[in-house]
Design a protein around this ligand. Structure first.
Ligand code: NAD
Ligand code: TDX
Length: 339
C-alpha cells in the first residue's frame, strides 16, 4: 500500500510513521510536511536508506504539489495541523489556514485523484467541555461545542471530512482522540514542558488551580488505534479514542511526574488560567466493541518511558524548548491577552 501521511514531522505523525513502517514493512510512505516550528526534520535521520520512506517539504494548501504527489496513493492519513491551544488564542488565523482551508484542499485533491481513502485525525476538544466534578465522557454521539480557536478549526475540518464522504462518496473515517503523550512531543505541551523544566531545574507553571482534567493516551496506543481503524473501520464512521484514565486532574499528573523524577512539589507554580479552559474525558467503547482495540499503556509506565526519552534526547528538544519558552514569555501566561 502507498500512503500519504501529512504532518509526519510532528509528534503523533512521527510516531505513526515509525510504528507503521515497523509493523507494515512493505508499505511505502510519503511524508508531506510544511516544517513549521512544531516539526523536527531529524526524526527520520535513521531512514535515509529506507526506500519505503520519502519526505516532501510542502503545504497541504498547495494544489499543484498535491497533483504531483497523489497519483498512485491508496490512503491519506491526515495529521497536519496547527495544534497548540495557547498559540490559537494568540494567532487564530494560522489555524484557519491549515486546519480548515488545508483540510478542505486536501479533501478536494483526494476526490480529484480517484476518491482516495482518507483517514482524518481529530481531537476530543471539538466536543467542548465536561463540567468540573462530572464523570461524563465524550463519545461519537456528543454534540460539537468547541471552545478555543484551535478546537473550532478542528470541528470545522471534521465537518468538511464528513461532508466530502456524504456528498462526493469520498471513503472517509475520522478519529477523535484525547491528549497524547510520549516521545517526540514539542516541549510547548504540558507533559514535555514539565519534564524538560524539571531537567533544567525550573518551576512547573500550572494554569489556574490545576483542577482541569484530561484523558491521557500514550502515543503508541493511539497509533495502534489508527491502524485498527484503517484496517477494519467502517467507511463513513467516527471512532473516539482515549486512555486508561487512572488520573486526570492536571495537578495530579504534575505531582506524578514530579515524584517519578524524584523532585520536590515546591517546583509547582500556579499561574494565570487559560481562557475557556476545557475538561475532557473519552468513552472508547465503540472502537473497543466493534474493532477490538483498547489502550495498553498505564499512565505510570507511559510516563516512565516518556521521561527516559526526554532525559536521553536533550539535543532533540533543546532548540524547540527555547522557542516554546520564548512564546510563553510573549504570551506571559495570558496576562497580556486583553491589553
Ligand atoms: P504537532 O503540532 O506536533 O505537528 C504538526 C505537524 O504538522 C508539524 O510537523 C507541522 O510542520 C505540520 N504542518 C502544520 N501545518 C502544515 C501545513 N499547512 N502543511 C503541511 N504540514 C503542516 O501535532 P501533533 O500533536 O502531532 O498532532 C497531530 C494531529 O493530531 C493534529 O491534527 C491534532 O489536531 C491531532 N491531535 C493531537 C493531540 C495531541 O495530544 N497532540 C490530541 C488529539 C488530536
Ligand atoms: O504549562 C502548562 N501548564 C498547564 O497547566 C501547559 C502547557 C498546560 N497546562 C494545562 C492546560 C491543559 O489543561 O495542561 C493541560 C494540557 O495542556 P496542553 O498540553 O496545552 O494540551 P491541551 O490544551 O489539552 O491540548 C492537547 O490535547 C488535545 C493538544 O495540544 C491538542 O492538539 C489536542 O487536540
Amino acid at each position: 500500500m502507498k500512503i500519504l501521511v501529512t504532518g509526519g514531522l510532528g509528534f503523533i505523525g512521527t510516531n505513526f510513521i515509525h510504528y507503521w513502517l515497523e509493523t507494515h514493512p512493505t508499505d511505502q510512505i510519503t511524508n508531506l510536511d510544511k516544517v513549521t516550528y512544531a516539526a523536527n526534520p531529524t526524526n527520520f535521520d535513521d531512514y535515509v536508506d529506507n526506500h519505503n520512506y520519502k519526505f516532501v517539504k510542502g503545504d497541504i494548501n498547495d494544489v499543484a504539489l498535491l497533483d504531483q504527489i497523489l497519483p498512485g496513493i491508496d490512503l491519506i492519513v491526515h495529521f497536519a495541523a496547527e495544534t497548540h491551544v495557547d498559540r490559537s488564542i494568540d494567532d487564530p488565523m494560522a489555524f484557519v489556514k491549515t486546519n480548515v482551508l488545508g483540510t478542505y484542499t486536501l479533501l478536494n485533491s483526494a476526490k480529484k485523484h480517484g476518491n482516495i481513502r482518507f483517514h482524518h485525525i481529530s481531537t476530543d476538544e471539538v466536543f467542548g467541555s465536561i463540567p468540573l466534578g462530572s464523570t461524563a465522557q465524550f463519545s461519537e454521539t456528543s454534540p460539537y461545542d468547541p471552545s478555543s480557536p484551535y478546537s473550532a478549526t478542528k470541528a470545522s475540518s471534521d465537518h468538511f471530512v464528513r461532508a466530502f464522504g456524504k456528498t462526493f462518496g469520498l471513503p472517509i473515517t475520522i478519529s477523535n482522540c484525547s491528549n497524547n503523550y510520549g516521545p517526540y512531543a514539542n516541549p510547548e505541551k504540558l507533559v514535555p514542558r514539565m519534564i524538560t523544566n524539571l531537567i533544567d531545574g525550573q518551576k512547573i507553571p500550572v494554569y489556574g488551580q490545576g483542577a482541569n482534567f484530561r484523558d491521557w493516551l500514550y502515543v503508541t496506543d493511539h497509533c495502534r488505534a489508527i491502524d485498527t481503524i484503517i484496517s477494519h473501520g467502517i467507511i463513513g464512521e467516527t471512532y473516539c479514542i482515549g486512555g486508561l484514565k487512572e488520573t486526570s486532574r492536571n495537578i495530579d499528573l504534575v505531582k506524578k511526574v514530579i515524584k517519578l523524577m524524584g523532585k520536590s512539589e515546591d517546583v509547582i507554580e500556579y499561574v494565570a488560567d487559560r481562557p475557556a479552559h476545557d475538561n475532557y474525558a473519552v468513552n472508547w467503547d465503540k472502537i473497543s466493541t466493534d474493532l477490538g482495540w483498547k489502550p495498553l499503556e498505564t499512565l505510570e509506565s507511559g510516563l516512565k518511558k516518556t521521561i527516559d526519552w526526554y532525559v536521553s534526547h536533550e539535543s532533540w528538544w533543546r532548540d524547540s524548548k527555547a522557542e516554546a519558552e520564548a512564546f510563553y514569555i510573549k504570551l506571559n501566561n495570558y496576562k497580556n491577552l486583553n491589553k
